[in-house]
Structures are given as C-alpha cells and as structure tokens.
Design a protein around this ligand. Sequence first.
Ligand code: ADP
Ligand code: MG
Length: 607
Amino acid sequence: MTTTTSISSSGSPIGRYLPLALAAILLALPQLPVPEFWITQLNYIGLWALVSLGLVLLTGVAGLTSFGQAAFVGLGAYTSAFLATKFAVSPWITVWVGVAITIVVALVLAAITLRMSGHYLPLATIAWGLSLYYTMSNMEFLGKYDGILGVPVIEFFGIPLQSGRSYFYLIWIVALLAAVAVVRLLDSRTGRAIRSLKGGITMAEAMGISTYRYKVIVFVLAAILASLSGWLFAHFQRTVNPSPFAISKGIEFLFMAVLGGVGNVWGAFTGAALVKLVEDQLQVLLPRLLGSSGNYEVIVFGLVLVIVLKYAPQGLWPYLMKAVQAVAGRWLPPTQRVRDWGDAAKLEERDKPRRGELLLEVDKARKQFGGLVAVNDVSFTIRAGDIVGLIGPNGAGKSTTFNLITGVLELTSGSVRFRGQPVSGLPSREIARRGMSRTFQHVKMLPDMTVLENVALGGYLRSHAGVVKAMLRLDRDEEKRLFLEAETQLERIGMGGQMHELAGNLALGPQRLMEIARALATDPALLLLDEPAAGLRHKEKQALAAVLRQLKDEGLSILLVEHDMDFVMNLTDRIVVMEFGTRLIEGTPAEVQASPKVRAAYLGTEH
Ligand code: ADP
Ligand code: MG
C-alpha cells in the first residue's frame, strides 16, 4: 500500500539529490569496466521497463488491463524500420511518425474498447494484439515473417550509436526521462484524476472528472511509451520481425509490471530487471534440468505470477523499498509532502446564490427499477441558505432520490432544476460543474492517497493544468493553490492535523468528514450529504453536527439524507420524510416530529 512513496516532493538535501546520484551512477556504467554482456542486459531492461512503465499507468494506476502492449512496441519498431530503410528517413524523424501513428491507432482502439467493462477490455486487448501482430506478419511490404533487415543506426550529432555502450545512453536517458515524467504526472491534478479511476467512476464523475477521457489519456500514454520502446528496439537490434511483438510478449510485459509492482513507477524497472535476469538464468538452467530445450521459462513465469498475485499483489517493489528504507532510510527523501503552499493565491470562487433564492426544484421525480418504484413522484424545493433533511426508514428511496438529483441515475420521469436551469439528463460531472457537490453513503475515496490529495481532488474543476504541464512541472503554482484550498477546507471541518495521513488509514468518522471537505473544495452552491452520520460514534456525531451547523452559519445550503431522526431534528430548517418511495410529509422539524404518520413509518419498520 505504499504507492505514495514515489509521489513525495523534494525534502532533505541528500534525499533530494539521491535519485540524481543514482541516475548519474547508472549513466556512468558504460565508462566502467562492466562486461559487454551486462551492458546488453541493461539495455533490454531499459527497453522493457519503458513498456511496463506504461502498464503501471494503465493497469496499476488506472485499473485497466492490457495484454496488447507488445503490438504498440511493434508499431513503433516497424514504422521506424520501414521509413528508415525504404526511404532513408532519419530515425529522429521516424520516432515522431511512429508516435503519431501510435496515437491514431490507440485512439481508434480506445474508442472501440475503452467503454467495455469487466473482462471485456482485457479480452479486447488480446484481440487487437493478435490482429496487429498478424498484420505485421502478413504485409508484403513489411517483409512478412522475415521482417525488415538492415535497419540503420541512430546518429547523435554525427556520432553513430552503434555499440551497446553508446546505445545504453540513449535507452536509459529515454527510460529515466519517461519515469520522471510519469512520477510528475501522477503527482498532479491530472494524475489525481487518473488515480481516481480506480476509486470508482461515480466518485470521480461527481468531482467533475470525465472518467472516459482519462481512460483514453492513460491508454494513449501507455501506447506512446511502448511505441518509443519499439523505436529504440528497432535501431538497437538493427532488424525487426514480428515475433518479439506477439501476444506472448504482451503477456510478459504485464507480468513484469505485476511482478515488480504495478502500483509504482519503479516497480516497472524492478519487474523488467527481474524478468530479464531470471529469464537468462532459466534458459541455461531449465534445459539442463529437463534434458531438452523448449520455452520452459514461460511455465516457470506462469507459476511465479500466480504466487505473486496471491501473496504479494502489490509486487516486489514495496518489499525492496522496505529493505532499502531499513538500510538507508535517513538518506531517502521524506515521503511527506512539504508544505510549500502557504503564500499561494486562492482558487477562484463561483457566484453564490443569494440567501432565500430558489436553489433546487425537484418536481415529481420518479425512478423505477423494473417493477420497483424506488422514488414515486417526489417533489420538494430547497432555498439558498437552508439545511433540508431528507429522512425515512431504510429502503425509503433517499439515496435514489439523491442519485437522481446529482445525475448518477437517470429520471424515469419528472424533472430537477438547479439555480433555475433544468439539470435532468445531464451527466453528474456537468451537474457538479454547476455547483452541486456530494458525499456518499458508502465512503468513496482513494485509500492510497493522503487526506490532502483526496480533498484536492475536489478542486479539479477549479483548476486546468493537463498532462504536458504536469510532466514539465509547469503546474506548480496551480498545485499550490489546490493544496491551499484542500488544507483550508480540512481546517474548516477540523481535520487540518490529519492532512498527511493516508486516507485508507483513517477511521470511518474522519473519512466521512474528509468526504465533506472534498465536496467543499468544489466550492459548491449546494452540498448534498448522504447519511454522513451513519456508523459514527456518539461523539463523532456531535462533532459532525457542529461542523454542519457552522457550514450553515457560513451560508451554505445543504441537503442532508439521514436515517437517524434525532440527528436531523436540531440541525435542519425543513424536513422531507419519505417512505416506500413516496413523500410522506414535508415540514419544519417540529411539524414532522408531531406527525403521527412519521411515527407510524418509523415504528412500523423498526419493530
Ligand atoms: P434509502 O437510501 O432510503 O435507504 P435507496 O434509495 O437506497 O433507499 O433504495 C430504495 C429502494 O430502491 C430499495 O428497495 C432498493 O432496494 C431499491 N434500489 C436502489 N438502487 C437500486 C438499483 N440500482 N437497482 C434496483 N433496485 C434498487
Ligand atoms: Mg441510502
């Protein structure tokens, strides 16, 4: 669970320069008397790490599995080999052509496959992995199974990168730059959006994130990394043929990423190194043991993969990191983010509705699930500055009403207007953009991110930096503004002291408060809370009530779904009571409390 280690900011002076020092040592290797064999090994490790780096993004961070990355490697390799041999185009140009073709192919594949869910996506990646492979294998102009021979060497300012040693620089500079770019990306607004894909689509969309868009982005990024690896591979081998780009290699890349630790950038390098080194040993050892040659190492890898998935689903990198920390912990960069946003400017705020203005109009909202009418023509309104309670026994349809208002579910009939505009039919991210923000009955968060980062996700729509800005670190001012906002909201609800903790380590009470802070970071005009007090202890409930009262005093409008009647009685201006999907009564807390119908409803279900 240590994906945050790679995402730390710079810290102690030694810690800050340690990664640079390691990179310098790595790049000095070819100058040292290291045998040619090891240089070659390291070259392959760099090439493979580049591909599994893409899988860290795709599978580890975004939760999308692809068996087809080898096909993108092939795309980069063949494009460059073909253009460089047939038309004598410089590899420094073919690389961009390869990347461009890869982007186009990846976008087409993304459009077809990324809306698939469950097992269909991995199956689809196998399908297009196979088709690209057979395309390469059967094209006359690509040399069919023989491929393309005599691929020229890459020249760097007139110096031919012919030897393994000189090529080492090219491979490792590209690989390390890619790793740095990915680390930076993950620690950014876009990165948090990508990481939120694993936290469930509903939550991400409620923060205004187009989950489909980010799936496409990571898919294309992973494809670009694979394609770059292919370009390097083609000019390293000086020949290309289809076999290294077969589906089995695609599986092997996934294996590397999972073995090394698919949740961490450096897991890609760990996995690539382990697989390369062990593969070589096995190719010598297994034929000796088994007396004949064959691809037995594949069987061993298969078994290892099963064992790793069972006993170390985070891969080996976290163990490696623990070992390193035990030995050299004090020289490592601190994992805690340095608080450097103290003097950042505030994020822009939206125009808030004036007190008393009609904010939300729910008119005959209806939702049917097959034969079940979960919400039966429910109507109510909320005026700015009010806290309205939506209460009722379990199964009354409160959460469903909530989901209808926030666009998570589509209305069967009826309408919802927000600030005078109809919002029925809009996706929830669009409704979030207009100023509704919510929490969830079952807390939805990113357990491996810190509390601060989780809350910063709420500021998504109030910020703009994209992938390139993040990779070039041109987003730092905006990041500071986001963290200042997140910290401010955490302090507002009394959680400033816990901002650096991993969200997954919090107890339920603070997790629910964190969700409120995240919703507040969106700068909402209406805050919707779904059973914020559920599962809280008495003291935590009191603390929550105090927070909500304070928010009301600050002028915020709140729709509060609650099962517990006592909790809402002293907090709300008006209460809507639901039972079996219908609105039972609407009134002030006193009116509701006095109503025999409400008593009957509650007593009726809580024998
Ligand atoms: P509450 O939040 O008041 O406890 P819900 O809105 O969660 O109630 O549920 C209302 C009714 O709708 C329940 O009978 C529930 O089983 C049903 N329901 C909720 N969501 C779905 C769904 N996605 N599919 C089918 N039935 C659902
Ligand atoms: Mg509910």
